[in-house]
Design a protein around this ligand. Sequence first.
Ligand code: 5GP
Length: 130
Amino acid sequence: MATIFSRIVAGEIPCYKVAEDERFFAFLDINPLAKGHTLVIPKQEVDYLFDLSDADLAAMQVFAKHIALAIGKAFPCRKVGQAVLGLEVPHAHIHLVPMQSEKDMLFSNPKLKLTDQEFQAVAAAIRAEL
Ligand code: 5GP
């Protein structure tokens, strides 16, 4: 059965899309730690990030880099942090989160509740910087 993220890529489940190419897809995390929190995934259905081939992992990181730089421009911060957890959704993904301090990367923090309009605006702001 397809993962929830594959269903997002296929357009079966809606998302706030940031970018895609032939191999990778970026969209907003639905439970963001901060405005701009984005997930980068391979379209290939692989659970564990480190099961990707060296070439695919390297290409995914370069794809994520461009998204991170755009997030940083759209949502000024000290740095955009990157994290890999993957304990909830069995489809490899990189979290990109704008940080003002180390605490902003705590996944136990309460998540933001954004309206549909706010999510749309966040995604549009990042896309405008790509
Ligand atoms: P992890 O697997 O890295 O522990 O967490 C999965 C992340 O995916 C969580 O931050 C969660 O909010 C996000 N997530 C789970 N389901 C969906 C979904 O259907 N849409 C979006 N946009 N994000 C999701």
